[in-house]
Design a protein around this ligand. Structure first.
Ligand code: ADP
Ligand code: MG
Length: 262
């Protein structure tokens, strides 16, 4: 039985167990339970202020949780277990855990004084100590993969929002993450640029990347997500395949939300 459990845990990329997070008096996450399996694409939907970004930020150590447990890629985030005691990890060890997680934000956050290629190779060279030549070669491949092979030498200000966001995706991929987190990656884009970014994300999903995507793009969620999670008021209200959660929601709160965004 243990063996079976072990095998199942090995297939789980993210496990959140009763995750609570507050900012001062404001309770934002109120016991999130969620699992993401290897290779799975999970879309998180829900009203503004429901805690979606906070949850993603907790997954990536950008916020510290107040209670509960988070595992990513088999590691308990922020802690090491010795016997039955938990010890907080040092900053360096936390940084090592974060290295396996790529994150793409609503705003593109590229370094403005660096070209697309320099943005992509910065972390592999500085953090992973990759040799410059091989990092550059790999960076060009990644930019080609997101359709920007001919824009390696462009600065962010010379690129459209959609192109900048694709550079941001390539930059995250350059660290060879095991998990990719997307926080409303198309919300800041002009409508005509949304498709090119979703297209890159769809390709990534088809390649088997494990992804958690906070999005209001219901078409994308329906088509690409293996599972949709509806969050409201700091809890997971309902989850399931897109056809069920978006197509035939069980909860009134989900229905009310969908009627506003669809
Ligand atoms: P969502 O992404 O679903 O819109 P957020 O996770 O961004 O929701 O925010 C949930 C709530 O937490 C909001 O009320 C927001 O104002 C609050 N919040 C988020 N980050 C902070 C912070 N650093 N300090 C104080 N309050 C915050
Ligand atoms: Mg948000």
């Amino acid at each position: 039985m243990d063996e079976v459990t072990g095998e199942v845990m090995g297939e789980v990329m993210v496990k959140a167990e009763q995750v609570w997070k507050s900012f001062g008096q404001l309770e934002v996450l109120k016991g999130i339970d969620l699992e993401v399996r290897n290779g799975e694409v999970v879309c998180v939907i829900g009203p503004s202020g429901s805690g979606k970004s906070t949850f993603l930020r907790c997954l990536n150590h950008l916020e510290k949780i107040n209670a509960g447990r988070l595992w990513v890629n088999g590691q308990l985030m922020g802690y090491r277990q010795r016997g039955d005691k938990l010890h907080e990890l040092r900053e360096k060890e936390v940084a090592a855990q974060r290295r396996d997680i790529g994150m793409v934000f609503q705003r593109f956050n590229l370094f403005p004084h660096m070209t697309a290629l320099e943005n992509v190779v910065e972390a592999p060279i500085r953090v992973k100590r990759q040799a410059k030549a091989s990092a550059m070669e790999r960076g060009r491949e990644l930019l080609t993969r997101v359709g920007l092979g001919d824009r390696c030498d462009s600065y962010p200000s010379q690129l459209s929002g959609g192109q900048q966001q694709r550079v941001a995706i390539a930059r995250a991929l350059a660290m060879e993450p095991k998990l990719m987190l997307f926080d409303e990656p198309t919300s800041a884009l002009d409508p005509e640029l949304v498709g090119e970014v979703l297209g890159v994300m769809r390709e990534l999903a088809l390649d088997g990347m494990t992804m958690v995507v906070v999005t209001h793009e219901m078409g994308f969620a329906r088509e690409v997500a293996d599972r949709v999670v509806f969050m409201d008021g700091g809890v997971v209200v309902e989850e399931g395949p897109p056809s069920q959660v978006i197509g035939d929601p069980k909860h009134e709160r989900t229905r009310a939300f969908l009627s506003r965004v669809l």
